[in-house]
Design a protein around this ligand. Sequence first.
Ligand SMILES: Nc1ncnc2c1ncn2[C@@H]1O[C@H](COP(=O)(O)OP(=O)(O)OP(=O)(O)O)[C@@H](O)[C@H]1O
Length: 623
Amino acid sequence: MTDTATVSHSFQAEVSELLHLMVHSVYSETDIFLRELVSNASDACDKLRYEAIARPDLIGEGEPPQIRIIPNKAAGTLTIADSGIGMERQELIDHLGTIARSGTKAFVQKLAEAKDGTGLIGQFGVGFYSAFMVADRIVVISRRAGENDVWTWTSSGGAGFEVAPASEDDAKRVTRGTEIVLHLKDDAKKYLETYEIERIVTAYSDNIQFPIMLVPEEGEPRQINSASALWQRSKSELTAEDYSKAYKSIAHAFDEPAMTLHYRAEGRYSYAVLLFAPSTKPFDLFEPARKGKVKLYVRRVFITDDADLLPAYLRFIRGVIDSEDLPLNLSREMLQNNPQLAQIRKAVTTRVISELEQLADKDPDNFDKIWAAFAAVIKEGLYEDFERRDKLLSLARFTTTSGERRSLKQYVEGLKENQTEIYFLVGDSIERLKSNPRLEAAKARGVEVLLLTDPVDAFWTSARLEFDGKPLKSLSQGDIDFDPIPVTEPKADDEAQPAADEANTIALIKDSLGEHVTDVKVSTRLTTSASCLVAGSHGPDRELERILSQQARGARTKPILEINLRHPLVVAVAKAAADKAKVDDLSFLLLEQAQILDGELPEDPAAFAARLNRLVLQGVATA
Ligand SMILES: Nc1ncnc2c1ncn2[C@@H]1O[C@H](COP(=O)(O)OP(=O)(O)OP(=O)(O)O)[C@@H](O)[C@H]1O
């Protein structure tokens, strides 16, 4: 194989799936293809400007980085050309033949599952491939900055693409960067009209920092975007619409921002900040890498979106930080160890959190959107960011036995007489938690309980936090004493029921269950159920143990069985004292019931079924 031949390649399977959808899509808002291509062109110009800091010859006397849009009615083509970094042969194959971003991969999976994925296209960009919505053939001609070779990539969608050396004419014309020639489908010919192009660029790409030149078939090329770094402008000049557009173009987003933070820090270090919180959740929020996407600029030059400018628990925040005093030639090591960046990170993090606090106060609707989409991420900060833990706790909103989106401040305002702790239960669904027997004593006293169902909840709650001097306590741990809190809803029939003899009953059950539990105790938290399981007061919460053991990250400890002395099943144990087999059956039933109420299986389901049958049949026989 030589470099002079045309070589055919197949698309990665996900790309073929995506293209199939693009080609057959009935999605009406095809305009976004232009935004995607212009934004790729702008990224290419950013990369060139960055590489040229170390190698000024890459730009040299050549064309400054810019983007041109060239309609050609006779040929039926629309060309998007940039004088950016360009791609060499292998880059064309890799970048325009596969999907690298995991977010897009997840997106394609969603598309495959959805019956009609067209709504998803509008909600999440799909980059370069969206051009196949409007074009039936695409030719890409590219020259990497500083290289002699120029390459052509051609595809009509379908299974694959071809890569070949560019023709002499093409090579002469493309001195640096990339030309993307779209052979428009018949129903997409409107994109050859200059007013259409201008409309779309103004709507989606006005904030692109490089000049976007419209090259009409007649007349002179003219710039159609304002090409200003919006974050450098003063707040008073800008409208909500300006910000919304900036968000969409900087974050490649389709939703509206739920929070906008724009300010300039002056002092020891000067920098401009323009940050947004999205109102919807992206697909890659729970990537193990937990990477943020805030872009670092230095004096208007894009440096990287990989500088971790905010802690991982704020990775959903999008936008730009533009420093006046950092050096332009920041290396990767400098990014990690630069004290000035560390300062900026600290100050901006604090500012984002205080902005969220203000939003919660002044614009609860938008705050709720952020909380609904990103609570599970923000709560990671509760065990990671010791310094800001209190602030994050007051930001947090919870579903509780009293309602939804309750803050701890509201919780504390509603504390009952003698209540000194904040109670919570962790589990996997609100419905299941609501029927959890451990809630009974709290319910009888009108005590509010936080119901926590995000996986992260089992982790941060293990950190033994306090709010307003009140410790947060799990109802599935041992040492809860509800007795000092007066009962507001006494259970008449409970009182009427004679209680079983405490010492005797406990001894009987302990003897039956042996190693299956660490202890058997009388419960103060049960009023209607017979039994429940709790962890020791110093061990981990049972839910955390369950999650860790599912991930094979720790063995489970034996629980403590708590029993309700007034429950008929417990009373029956005492009554059956002389019949060891029956005491065993009843004791195990108390344990197994409690396991089932926790959403677990009894250790030996067959033995459980046999036991249940025996007891039921005895009951039927005596009835
Ligand atoms: N005009 C261009 N110049 C240089 N490289 C490009 C150009 N267009 C695309 N690429 C390369 O192809 C890759 C894939 O582009 P694509 O639009 O599919 O995804 P993306 O740009 O990474 O994602 P997104 O569009 O969401 O930012 C880019 O990351 C880039 O490396």
